[in-house]
Design a protein around this ligand. Structure first.
Ligand SMILES: [Zn+2]
Length: 282
């Protein structure tokens, strides 16, 4: 049995609209308590105009913020086949169905190709509202194919991470994706093509422990939670109190784990500048 299946069509549009929760007109910033008109927030790439708090973005909004205009989506029809027939508090199959209905996606990543400031790129963006952006076989396969697409077209690859890590419900098969994606990145590297990793809030677990930290540039958004294990587990293991700001972008930058922390409003321009420096388009 294959670990993923190819659906004939993504979820029907009617199912998507029926379950979509209507969004409020106003949003309160959790950081400065400013009340913001939702349309203004969207126009400001979901950054608070008053205090620069970065709200979480959906995968689609993320791609819209980076691509110049239209992009071509790839492998949208891949869905998990629930290879372990897994059940915890409820069957994994039911969780998948609920997330698919809520997001209109079949799994937690969207891959597209298009141009960024005129430069051809392949971008994979994760959807946190799909089982915590967790990485199962489908995400692993889609990101690997995105890298292979970059190789075939001699195009830089960008992965925007927003993930709780490997997907428990697919067990060791999830962990194998770390090696698979890393191996594909090594091939991209040997071909002299750039890979940029963008780490957003949160980027943790097996995603951090593999491709999110393998970028030619690892760029994080401000104040993003980035780590492997959670702080409680680490404190219990090393029996020490963790320092202030531990596992946030700025702390990681100060300790040499990141190349830059970039405000989302500057992200596209920063990526374009880096790619022009690193890569001669074919
Ligand atoms: Zn604010």
């Amino acid at each position: 049995m294959p670990w993923f299946k190819k659906e004939k069509t993504p979820i029907a549009a009617s199912t998507m609209t029926a379950v979509r929760v209507p969004e409020g007109l106003w949003v309160k910033c959790p950081s400065c308590a400013q009340v913001i008109y939702n349309k203004d927030l969207q126009a400001n790439v979901h950054v608070c105009p008053k205090c620069a708090h970065h709200f979480r973005m959906s995968a689609t909004e993320r791609l819209r913020s980076l691509f110049d205009g239209e992009w071509q989506e790839h492998d949208a029809g891949l869905a998990s086949s629930d290879p372990l027939d897994f059940t915890d508090t409820k069957p994994y199959r039911d969780r998948l169905r609920a997330s698919q209905a809520a997001t209109g996606l079949l799994d937690a990543v969207i891959v597209g190709s298009g141009t960024l400031d005129g430069l051809p790129v392949v971008i994979a963006a994760m959807e946190y509202s799909f089982i915590g952006g967790s990485m199962g076989v489908v995400m692993g396969e889609k990101i690997t194919r995105a890298i292979e697409r970059g190789l075939a077209s001699r195009t830089p690859v960008i992965v925007v991470s927003c993930s709780g890590g490997a997907r428990m419900m697919e067990g060791a098969l999830s962990l194998m994706q770390m090696a698979k994606i890393s191996a594909a990145l090594a091939r991209l590297d040997r071909a002299g093509l750039p890979y940029l990793s963008i780490l957003t809030d949160p980027t943790t677990g097996g995603v951090t422990a593999s491709f999110a930290m393998l970028g030619d540039l690892n760029i994080a958004e401000p104040k993003a939670l980035i780590g492997f294990a959670g702080p409680r587990v680490i404190e219990q293991t090393i029996r020490q109190k963790l320092p202030e700001g531990f596992q946030r972008s700025e702390f990681l930058l100060a300790h040499g784990l990141l190349d830059a922390v970039v405000d989302r409003r500057e992200l596209k321009a920063t990526i374009a500048r880096a790619l022009r420096f690193m890569h001669e388009p074919a």
